[in-house]
Design a protein around this ligand. Sequence first.
Ligand code: DSN
Length: 398
Amino acid sequence: MLEDLIKKEVERQNQDLGLIPSENYASPRVLKIMGTPLSNKYAEGYPGKRYYQGMKWVDKIESYAIELAKRVFKVPYANVQPHAGAIANLAVYLAFLKPGDKVMGMSLDAGGHLTHGSKVNITGKWFQSVPYTVNKETEMLDFDEIRKIALKEKPKLIIAGYSAYPRQVDFKEFKEIAREIDAILLADISHIAGLIVGEIHSHPYPYADVITTTTHKTLRGPRGALLMGKEKYAKILDKAIFPGLQGGPLEHVIAAKAAALEEASTKEFKEYAKKIVKLAKAMEEEFLNRGYRLVSGGTDTHLLLIDLRNKGINGKKAAVLLEKNHIIVNANSIPFDPNPPTKPSGIRLGTPMMATRGMEVDDAKYVVELIDRALQGEDVKEEVLNLTKLYPVYEESV
Ligand code: DSN
């Protein structure tokens, strides 16, 4: 029965038009590596300093993954063990803060992340959150305002990183503010890691002291995360991951991260990153032509946030209606959303999965047409299935 359910999910991934900007399709090699007996090995500690015997090969694998992460992200320090982005972020809190210290991240409703100080998360419960938001007019980062809050509140940690922000981030501006108040600057690049590696988004290093990223979004690897940054913080960050927050690392996932980083260092990956943004720009144009309001007016990245209030449908209803037509997006709040998170005003969508499938600009425009028609109540199921059939993701055998 389990095999049957897995088969059905793989079929669904092939058939549905995946547009969730934080998801992607990892390569068959990455997936295969996650299913190897590396999963059996306990490896508490770090290469050369383990608490377990039998580390001859696993040490080599983890060291290789570390070297690759450093090379691909052009940073002097990398830890490849974090099981998830949330843990990588928490390690930064553990390394630099004491409970009650102030942290300044983007508020969740303006596009920040739970682990950036949201009151429902440990980072907002055990630390004092002094959030910033986007400018009401431009719906973009407002560095005058961010600086004002930083100077007033003097947080120990400033976080630049977002889950629903469609624009480029200027890490240098953040660094200048952090320097004025001697705060640690964390760049959480989970959403844009692939764009940074593909050199289509500005790089957070050397501005950020610490960089965290998940490995499964635009980077297109296995589920997991990386913690990177300045060499001088290597020791306290390593300690924060193990033994601070985690026990045994997932060596099968670490090997799969290495495989994804190998892929990310190719010329093809750079083309892939460019394609992600090209498709997003094509969708931007088509949405605007069809009278949609895009938060911040558009996108520079992989992600579009659409305000549906002028379309007479809320984000939740829209996401459900689209799913009935095999189009998978997120219901999402928009900045200063007058509606509750259960019925937000927007939808969030992105192009990393379309680009992985090999879709082109014309397909991206057609996808917007399909979304528009579906939101007007038309049944576009068959057309979506015909489109995805042209761009299969996985063979049956996965
Ligand atoms: N869940 C991720 C996203 O969808 O953006 C953030 O953790």
